[in-house]
Ligand binder design. Structure first.
Ligand SMILES: Nc1ncnc2c1ncn2[C@@H]1O[C@H](COP(=O)(O)OP(=O)(O)OP(=O)(O)O)[C@@H](O)[C@H]1O
Ligand SMILES: [Mg+2]
Length: 285
């Protein structure tokens, strides 16, 4: 596919189920632009005219070269940055807190070393003031679902990197947010742990079907997990292209990883991304 701006491919699946497309958007971003002033006084454009809709319950992956503004975009959705230009709506509202509605797993997971695994997982619910016994039970349940039973009383320094990542995931999911923002959640994992954590997460998602916006540099991961992949350009980030991933669910990652369909999607995505990634290598500070 040629990489024109804002290319929208609607799969046969979408045409056959128009209700899914017509459902109220969990996320709606229109004309979002963002720039910062550099120390030199020069203006640096970070995001340029981003338009994005995510339906309730949809799993959307975002790929794009380093520095194109993916984390910045998630920060807008979590309302951590004030909108300069354009519109950012969460379930139809552009104002007001999103706490409880939006869970955010940051690029750098921030576990508190002085809190146990359980108490790290409880943090969000604790801040929301939920009942102590109930939140404890919910946290123990989700830790078990993510393969962390028996580690509740450990400290972050006593568990592996893969476990820390899963604790961070548990903390993001335990509040049952309607929208989950995930910024390279499995990026720091070794290849085998990553495959296992992807499987755990996919099983969890297929059971609960939350709206997910998932940033990754791993094209296979984006294709295997998501309903749709958005490709962003090099900075200033724009939506370059968009692919509906027409693969049936439930998905079996082992089989998918070697499937021809996945390879075809990967080839298309890389065709779009290659030139953009090259621009980053040539970029000057
Ligand atoms: N306050 C700021 N001042 C100057 N530049 C900034 C500021 N905030 C972000 N940037 C720049 O904005 C660009 C986008 O940053 P962002 O972290 O969103 O990129 P990204 O796509 O998430 O990259 P990566 O894939 O490496 O995580 C980067 O070039 C970054 O240097
Ligand atoms: Mg980032």
């Amino acid at each position: 596919m040629s990489a024109g701006p804002n290319v929208h491919l609607i799969s046969r699946q979408d045409r056959e189920h128009p209700r899914r497309v017509a459902a109220p958007a969990a996320i709606s971003v229109s004309g979002l632009a963002y720039s910062v002033r550099k120390r030199s006084g020069e203006t640096l454009a970070i995001l340029d005219n981003i338009n994005l809709m995510v339906a309730d319950g949809e799993f959307v992956a975002i790929v794009g070269p380093s520095g194109c503004g993916k984390s910045t975009l998630l920060n807008f959705l979590a309302r951590l940055l004030p909108v300069q230009s354009g519109r950012v709506e969460v379930f139809g509202s552009s104002t007001g807190p999103v706490k409880g509605t939006v869970g955010y797993m940051f690029q750098q997971h921030a576990l508190f070393p002085w809190r146990t695994v359980l108490r790290n997982t409880e943090l969000g619910l604790e801040i929301q003031g939920s009942d102590r016994l109930e939140r404890r039970q919910r946290c123990l349940d989700i830790l078990a679902q993510l393969g962390l039973q028996g580690f509740a009383d450990h400290y972050p320094s006593q568990v592996s990197g893969g476990m820390r990542q899963r604790i961070s995931l548990a903390r993001t999911l335990v509040g049952n947010p309607r929208i989950v923002l995930m910024d390279e959640p499995f990026g720091a994992l070794d290849a085998q742990t990553k495959m296992l954590v992807q499987e755990l997460f996919l099983a969890f998602w297929e059971k609960h079907r939350r709206t997910v916006l998932f940033v990754t540099h791993d094209l296979d991961e984006a294709i295997a997990l998501s309903d749709r992949v958005i490709v962003m350009s090099a900075r200033p980030g724009r939506v370059l292209s968009e692919y509906t991933i027409d693969l049936p669910r439930p998905r079996h990652l082992d089989a998918l990883r070697t499937s021809t369909r996945l390879l075809q999607y990967r080839k298309q995505l890389w065709e779009d991304l290659r030139d953009e990634a090259m621009k980053v290598l040539r970029d000057k500070p």
